[in-house]
Ligand binder design. Structure first.
Ligand SMILES: [Zn+2]
Length: 238
């Protein structure tokens, strides 16, 4: 078991299963227009030491302005530890952030949250199809992370409709980030093996407001081949 401050506090972390149920319920409220959160500032809850925060889940999501995790899951201040980056990718800094929340604050559920019509994914697909001159080394790093997945999806679909291509690429990228979180972290691996941490993938629909968890997808055609993730694992994480 890893050493962590939440353990020293004597607080029992919310289980991954309970956390997942809370997120499912919260998104149902959000998508059906029956939210309960108004995010008021609660001084009694949030004025303590920094180690007192007890987020029940960690979300690695896209920076897209339309996909704020706290809102789409109808959660309040202190409920979620959210890491947002364009394309919900898992570079070292994102992995370290997830480790921090899992190890120090006791969260046992990690959700990689992608979304429909992701601009970062679209940019990666366009760069594969029509390579263009680089204007930013920093942006290049994000696109470079996304490109192997985009390339693999393009290779799988000889006559793709654009919508299908995007949907598959978004889901493949979620799986890729899940793989990189596991591959890139001994801390998370230990927590998975010994302390009930689970990593799940989910996709938010800009059209419906609903989050679909990838584990609910029954039809293999709805979810890209696992081989994409296997290929991604050969890529370095830096
Ligand atoms: Zn996005």
């Amino acid at each position: 078991m890893v050493s962590d401050s939440w353990a020293a506090s004597g607080v029992t972390p919310v289980s991954a299963q309970v956390a997942l149920a809370r997120l499912r319920d919260g998104n149902h409220r959000f998508a059906s227009g029956s939210t309960i959160q108004k995010t008021p500032f609660d001084q009694t809850r949030h004025s303590g030491p920094i180690a007192d925060q007890e987020p029940f889940a960690i979300v690695l999501g896209c920076s897209d302005s339309r996909v704020p995790a706290e809102i789409v899951f109808d959660q309040g201040l202190g409920d979620l530890f959210v890491v947002r980056v364009a394309g919900n990718i898992a570079f070292a800094s994102q992995i370290g952030s997830v480790e921090l929340a899992a190890e120090r604050f006791g969260a046992r559920l990690v959700v990689v949250l992608g979304h429909s019509d992701c601009g970062a994914i679209a940019a990666a697909l366009e760069q594969v199809e029509h390579p263009s001159h680089s204007r930013s080394p920093s942006l290049d790093k994000i696109i470079a992370y996304l490109q192997p997945t985009a390339r693999a999806i393009l290779a799988l679909n000889s006559q793709p409709k654009r919508d299908d291509l995007m949907r598959l690429a978004v889901r493949a990228n979620i799986l890729t980030a899940m793989g990189h979180l596991k591959l890139g972290s001994n801390i998370l691996t230990q927590l998975i093996e010994n302390d009930g941490l689970i990593i799940v993938g989910a996709e938010y629909s800009l059209r419906t407001g609903k989050v679909r968890f990838l584990e609910d997808l029954q039809d293999s055609r709805e979810c890209p081949l696992r081989i994409v993730v296997d290929n991604e694992r050969k890529e370095s994480i830096s």
